[in-house]
Structures are given as C-alpha cells and as structure tokens.
Design a protein around this ligand. Sequence first.
Ligand SMILES: N[C@@H](CCC(=O)N[C@@H](CS)C(=O)NCC(=O)O)C(=O)O
Length: 213
Amino acid sequence: MELYGYWRSSASYRARIALNFKKCDYNYLPVHLLKDGGQQHQQAYRQLNPNGLVPTLVHGQVILHQSLAIIEYLEEKYPRPSLLPGSPRQRGAIRALALDLCSELQPLINLRVQQYLKQQLEVSDEQKQAWLDHWFTESFTAFEQSLNEVSGEYCVGDEFSLADVCLVPQVYSAQRFGIDLDAYPLLQSIYGRLQELPWVAEAHPDKQPDAES
Ligand SMILES: N[C@@H](CCC(=O)N[C@@H](CS)C(=O)NCC(=O)O)C(=O)O
C-alpha cells in the first residue's frame, strides 16, 4: 500500500491516522506542495489524483483520492477496529462532525485558496489572517457546540472514531495558523487526549520523513 502525502497536509494526516489505527503497512511517498511549483501539479501525480491534491492511496489496482473516501475504503477492507463505532445515531454524529471539518472548514483554508487570495486577489497578510481567523472561528464555535451534545472521552462518546481522525489535523492547522483556541475548552481537552494515542502520535507531521524544521 502506498500513501502519497505531505507532512503537514491535514488531509494526509487524516489518512495516516486511519492507516495506523487499522495497523496497515504502507509506504509513504512525499509530494512537496511548495517545491518545483508544487509537485501535486505535475502530470505524473495528476494521473493518480486529477485534483492535484494530497493524499492519494494506491493499493494494488486501487487508486483513491479524497481522504474520507480513502478512510471509508480502509474501513470496508479492514472493519476491525472500526472508525464508525456505535449505533446508527452515533455513526451519523461521527460522519456529521467529520464533514464539518473536512467539507466545510478545510477547503476554505487550503493552500490553493490561500495562494489565490494572495496572488490573484492581492490581499494583504493581515487580510489573509483575518480570513483564516474568521473561518476557524465559525467552524470551531459550531464544533464546540456539537461536542457539548455528543462527546464523551472522544468527539462522539467514549470510543475513538472518524470524527477524532478529522479533528486532530484541523487543530494542528489552527495552531500552525496562530488561531486562539481558548474559546473551545472541550475541543482542547479531547485534542489533548487524542495526542496520547500511539496511532495518532505516530501520524504527527513532525514524525514524517519529509518533515522540515
Ligand atoms: N477533500 C480533500 C482535500 C485534499 C486537500 O485539500 N489537500 C491539500 C493539503 S491538506 C492539498 O493537497 N493542497 C495542495 C494545494 O492546495 O495546491 C481530501 O480530503 O483529500
């Protein structure tokens, strides 16, 4: 199994956590998002992932893009331990929280969006930071409210799930972009607990072969 990714890409980080949780052996193949004009745009890579985004999973004849599709593929191939535990109601809550982060927040703060703001729309660094602050605040305020309803030890109840897989990288990104997390005590305490899990710790960007200081 091969995972094409970038050390501090949140979507790659999600896939790494899921692969580790499922105890899958995989080769990690770095795609540098900034070098050579962005290796994700090179034709050889776009043949694997037409969107020019990481991650991509290759498993035999299977080539998959979209981290949530990759994770659902792993879930179906290797159902135990499950990333969608609990009742239909809990699984619904898990999927909703995962989508809140992966479909609503992350696309707004992605590298290509930030590059477009800077290069095409010529916004200042202050305006770009205001953009990031705004979307993180919108998303994390709602997420904290949802956690009040559905969390236990982890995002949904007391079992690790896909929602936790998605939360860790988004909090890492928030810290990287200097977002103040004081208003989200539940989110912070769950994040702290998640960091101690070995399959999460091993997936940390700083532990990847392409990590830069
Ligand atoms: N929805 C996609 C998002 C993938 C994505 O946005 N990847 C980012 C890194 S987190 C990327 O490759 N960005 C490169 C770019 O914007 O040029 C997924 O979950 O796989």
